[in-house]
Design a protein around this ligand. Structure first.
Ligand code: PLP
Length: 402
């Protein structure tokens, strides 16, 4: 039987994960006793906060392991409103706790998209947006500028307007701020301009704010305007995975949505996961009920500065500024067309990423996963010693290209 007969047609649209392939290559290097500098992973290391861990341990000790409300623990939903400073605008009926921010995004697409509805993403959409949209039978479209500027990839209001004119079936515009992978940060004015267009066109403004606490140099996050006009159209997605140390595997995210959409999301979630595990909901409650200290942010800011120092004048590379997140975004288009010392022609950023891995042990995420060939994403949430040695190894490898 042919592949397309045994699997659904949409499966052919899912690209196998390149990070996984690189992980295998890196493991092989470790087995061979060669150094590996991991800038590939999108998560923070370090120690889980003892109070967060204790909350989970207590939940198990006290057998707090029965089903919760499918929308999540009421106390946690209340804490989310406080965490996001949204108590004046919503009640806990507008908050849905999910298994990671991913499930909140999936719930969003399932709740509001009809088959073939178009969902608009920014220039460099995070790797899972497209598969999640496709799995919901929606049609993903990247909002591209008419003229590609060289100073960034932010979506401008005129780009969004033009795309909406061309796509009458658009249901939503999804904005990730700050952006994974580019680390760009939209200002309050830029967010307001995009939100205004969505409201005028009666499409949802889905705001993925997963890295919103990791803003450097005293920058402020752009909270979207919530009032009578915007409230029916704004959906916010957030979670535990990035703003806390070692918390990605706890699998807790949340979503704040208008009344009718929130009801639909709870309905659908009640049929496929019944909400996340109760003990990890307890860990999330412990995490966000306390004032946020900013220690992780300060540590990451110092790592960003270290990486920029060590990567200064990196051959054939232009490094973008990093106002937020823990990603350094590298323009390596000057490497394309060059040959490695072994004579391999580098044609895509997948090739550059593979070369850095095999030759220097430097693991990066290729831009192709984010629809941006010619770029690399490096996560600097990694030990300082690895940043120093990894940048030296990358410099040597890129300097050897001919
Ligand atoms: N949105 C963005 C921009 C992300 O980078 C990620 C994870 O890397 C997610 C959503 C999914 O987060 P979670 O691990 O909480 O499901």
């Amino acid at each position: 039987m042919e592949l397309h007969e045994r699997l659904s047609a949409k499966m052919t649209k899912f690209r196998p994960s390149l990070t996984l392939a690189l992980k295998r290559l890196a493991e092989q290097r470790v087995r061979d006793g060669l150094p590996v500098f991991d800038f590939g992973l999108g998560e923070t290391k370090g120690q889980l906060d003892p109070e967060i861990r204790e909350a989970g341990e207590r939940a198990f000790r006290e057998e707090d392991t029965m089903y919760t409300d499918p929308a999540g623990l009421p106390d946690l939903r209340r804490a989310v409103l406080k965490w996001l400073n949204l108590e004046a605008h919503y009640t806990i009926d507008n908050v849905i706790i999910s298994s990671g921010a991913k499930q909140s995004l999936f719930n969003t697409f399932l709740a509001i998209c009809n088959p073939a509805d178009c969902v608009l993403f920014d220039h460099a959409p995070w790797v899972s947006y497209q598969p999640l949209a496709v799995a919901s039978y929606a049609f993903p479209v990247q909002v591209l500028p008419l003229v590609r500027k060289d100073d960034g990839m932010k979506v401008a209001p005129e780009d969004l307007k033009r795309n909406l004119l061309m796509r009458p079936h658009a249901r939503l515009f999804l904005l990730n701020n700050p952006v994974n992978p580019t680390a760009q940060l939209y200002t309050p004015e830029e967010v307001e301009a995009l939100l205004k267009i969505c409201v005028e066109h009666r499409i949802y403004f889905v705001y993925d704010r997963l890295y919103w606490r990791l803003l450097f140099d005293g920058r402020a996050f752009a909270n979207p305007r919530i009032d009578e006009e915007t409230r029916p159209w704004v959906i916010q997605v957030d979670g535990l995975s990035k703003n806390f140390r070692r918390a990605g595997g706890l699998r807790i995210g949340w979503c704040i949505a208008p009344d009718d959409v929130a009801k639909a999301m709870v309905n659908v979630q009640s049929h496929y996961t019944s909400g996340p595990a109760t003990p990890t909901q307890r860990t999330a409650l412990a995490a966000i009920s306390r004032p946020y200290t900013g220690g992780l942010r300060d540590e990451l800011q110092a790592k960003r500065d270290l990486l920029l120092r060590e990567a200064q004048d990196m051959p054939l590379t232009r490094i973008w500024p990093t106002p937020a997140t823990f990603y350094s975004f590298w323009d390596v288009r000057a490497c394309l067309g060059k040959k490695t010392p072994a004579g391999k022609l580098l044609q895509t950023s997948d090739d550059v990423s593979e070369y850095l891995c095999l030759d220097a042990g430097v693991i990066t995420a290729s831009g192709t996963g984010f629809m941006q060939d010619g770029y690399l994403r490096l996560s600097f949430a990694t030990p300082d010693a690895d940043i120093v040695k990894g940048m030296a190894a990358a410099r040597k490898a890129l300097g050897a290209l001919k």
